[in-house]
Ligand binder design. Sequence first.
Ligand code: C5P
Length: 250
Amino acid sequence: MTESASRNTDSRKNDPRIIVALDFAAEKESDALVASLNPSMARLKIGKEMFTRFGPEMVRRYQDQGFEIFLDLKFHDIPNTVARAVAGAADLGVWMVNVHALGGEKMMTKAAEALREFGSDRPKLIAVTVLTSMDASQLSGVGIQDTVENEVTRLAVLARNSGMDGVVSSAREAGLIRSSIPGDFCIVTPGIRPGWAETNDQVRIVTPGDALKGGSDYLVIGRPITRSRNPSEALRLISEEIAAAIQITP
Ligand code: C5P
C-alpha cells in the first residue's frame, strides 16, 4: 500500500479533514456559525485574535457542543514556557496545538515531552515552518540566506526529529515535505478555495481536492464556509469534494 493510501484508509472515516477557521471579532457571530455546523464534518480552529478576546471559555463551549479544537496560538518562547503553554492546551482538552519550529529543537523537544503524560488523549503537536507572509527577502532580513523551500524542508525535518506530529504548510510545499519525511507525519494546509468560492486576499490558493492529492491531511478553511450565505451547505459541498479526492488518491 502506498503512503498516501495508508493515510486514507477506513480507519480515518471518522476523521474530518476540514478545520473551519473561526476569525470573528464578535462572539455572537462565531456562536451562530458554529451552531450551523455539524461536528462530525469539521473541526474548528481558534487563533490568537479570538483566544485573546474570548479565552478558554469559548474553547470549552465549542468542545461541549461536540467539536474538536485546533488551538492555533503558534507558541514561540523559551523551552520551559512553551512546554507549560502546550500542557495548558492539553489540560483544556484541545485536539491540536502548535508552535513555531524556529523556536528550535530544544523548545520543540521539551514541548513534546510535556505532552507525554497526557497519553493517547494528548493533543497533536504541530509546528509552523515558514510563515507564508515571508519570502526570500524577508528571510534574508532576519539572517536566513536561503530559499523558502530549503528553509521549510530544513524546519520540517527538524520538527519531525524533535517529536512534532506534523507541520502547517502551504499546499505548494506539502509534496516537498512528504518526499523529505517518510511515514506518518501530518500536514495541515490553509489557503484552500473550492472552485466556486471567492479568493478573498489569498494569493496562492488550491482546491480542497488538489490539496489532499498533493499530500495534505487537514485543510484549514475559513471564509468559503464562515462567510457563505449557507455555511452548512458550503461545508457539505467541500466534504463531498474531499470524499471524491480521497477515493481517487492512489
Ligand atoms: O478565510 P481563509 O480560508 O482565508 O482563512 C484561512 C485561515 O488560515 C485564517 O485563519 C488564516 O489566518 C490562516 N492562515 C492562512 N495562511 C497561512 C497560515 C494561516 O490563511 N499561511
